[in-house]
Design a protein around this ligand. Structure first.
Ligand code: GDP
Length: 299
């Protein structure tokens, strides 16, 4: 299917490394388990995640739940699928009135494209969606979001480049309330003069939104570039120091063999991946569904 196709680079990498270890008729022993451990780490699954899985594998082997190499991949798949609780997958929404989604992420992560995908996904499902162009710092960010909003047919609230992002957020909230929007998606700056300045601005936008629409933002989504492996995690850690991130949009998974990072994110950040980006078009978005994902990675 689509997911398998888009994750084919990661799947090819994982399969080729596993197939050299999991050879038919080979005995399961410490050496094999160690090779497996190294492989999973090199597949970006992360040290902590790998340790847990390998520990469980050793126990399962001792209990004779696993007896032959053929049992290993099904075991890994089941173990990985168990990682994500159900609650992780849903978007937090408002009980009534507009649901506000604040979107953050460094420049180049895929933030603008991911906002367009999210807006397209929600409006295609019949929702009234407004996007707010609060990334007023970067030249062309407002223009880029305008082009996307026109292309996918959603409303946009914008001021000119360089204007006060808090004022844009204020207007966007008024518009969302007046026009009975179901979703307001707020773009924010990916970079300012300093990191501290950036975090302050995010806080300011957040507090204005919260004042205008009590209980919001309902989600703070961080867009991270899936092609950067462990760097993506370091970036996310940096954001979570100053803003309460409620979900990750893992972008560009189609262009990378490092899709295993989704497991590392779970363990190292404990922030749910809610969406994945699988291409450059607005429809190239998937809600993160662990079962399907693991099947696509180890299929
Ligand atoms: P921003 O600077 O963070 O707003 O990033 P953009 O949204 O402008 O995206 C940067 C580049 O990454 C663009 O060329 C996008 O087309 C590309 N891009 C974004 N998301 C994806 C994705 O999921 N898959 C692929 N292949 N490319 C993507």
């Amino acid at each position: 299917g689509y997911l398998k196709d888009r994750l084919s680079k990661t799947r090819a990498k994982i399969n080729s490394s596993l197939s050299s270890i999991i050879v038919l008729g080979r005995k399961i022993d410490d050496e094999l388990i160690e090779e497996l451990e190294e492989t999973l780490i090199s597949d970006d699954i992360g040290v902590e995640t790998t340790d847990k899985i390998i520990d469980d594998l050793r126990i399962a082997y001792k209990k004779k739940e696993i007896q032959k190499t053929d049992d290993i991949i099904p075991f890994l798949k089941n173990r990985m699928k168990d990682y994500w609780p159900e609650r992780d997958r849903q978007l937090n929404t408002a009980e009534s009135g507009p649901t506000v989604i604040l979107v953050a992420g460094v420049n180049g992560s895929g933030k603008t494209t991911s906002i367009a995908k999210l807006a397209f996904n929600l409006s295609s499902a019949g929702n009234n969606v407004i996007v707010a162009a609060c990334d007023t710092f970067r030249a062309a960010a407002v223009d880029q979001l305008s082009i996307w909003s026109e292309r996918i047919g959603v409303q946009i609230i914008k001021h000119k480049q360089g204007s006060d992002p808090a004022a844009v957020a204020f207007d966007a909230c008024e518009a969302a309330l007046a026009r009975n929007a179901d979703f307001l998606i707020v773009d924010t700056a990916g970079r300012l003069h300093t990191q501290q300045h950036l975090m302050k601005e995010l806080e300011k936008i957040k507090s204005i939104i919260a004042k205008k629409i009590p209980g919001s933002p309902h989600e703070v989504i961080l867009v991270v570039d899936g092609t950067t492996g462990q760097n993506a995690i370091a970036q996310a850690v940096n954001f979570t120091k100053s803003i309460n991130v409620t979900g990750i949009f893992l972008a560009k998974l189609d262009g990378t063999a490092r899709g295993g990072i989704v497991l590392a994110i779970k363990d190292q950040l404990d922030i749910p991946v809610k969406f994945v980006g699988l291409g450059e078009k607005p429809e190239d978005i998937a809600e993160f569904e662990p079962g399907e994902f693991v099947e696509a990675l180890f299929g």
